[in-house]
Design a protein around this ligand. Sequence first.
Ligand code: FE
Length: 176
Amino acid sequence: MFETQGAEQYFGEPVSQLEHALQTAHRAALNHATDALVVAALLHDIGHLLSGEAESSRELGVDAWHEHAGFTFLSRHFSPDVAEPVRLHVAAKRYLCGVDERYVRQLSPASTQSLALQGGPMSDEEAAAFAAEPYLLDAIVLRRWDDAAKIPGLDVPPLASYLPHIERALVQRVGS
Ligand code: FE
């Protein structure tokens, strides 16, 4: 999927889908994340590539629910350590917007625009429910790496360098 669709632009940001995935994964690796969270970072937007919808959904003004498509796909192959942060990564943005004003101000224009489509900032009630998610912290760190992974031309390790992480995460799934 990255080979066939990875070159597509990442929703109004100055990077491609593949560049965005690699930058997110690299931040996870730099922060000594677990294999599962590195894989989650690499594949957090796989839902966009699964549906092939890429640029069109934002232009049409609909929320494509890509995190649920990604979650369903990843759940077939990986443990919840990979799939759950992916499922929660859009909600994590709505959560952070609800609880942290500084976070709202640093969002990119495209991310601010998609926030409205995704339901806007969480209410206090929604935020309290979200804070009880078992994968809250993983979802929040993934979200922050995601937000920062939009730097044009950044030199980061290639897709193949994550195969060992993916293989270890798959093994953990088989063994669990
Ligand atoms: Fe992303």
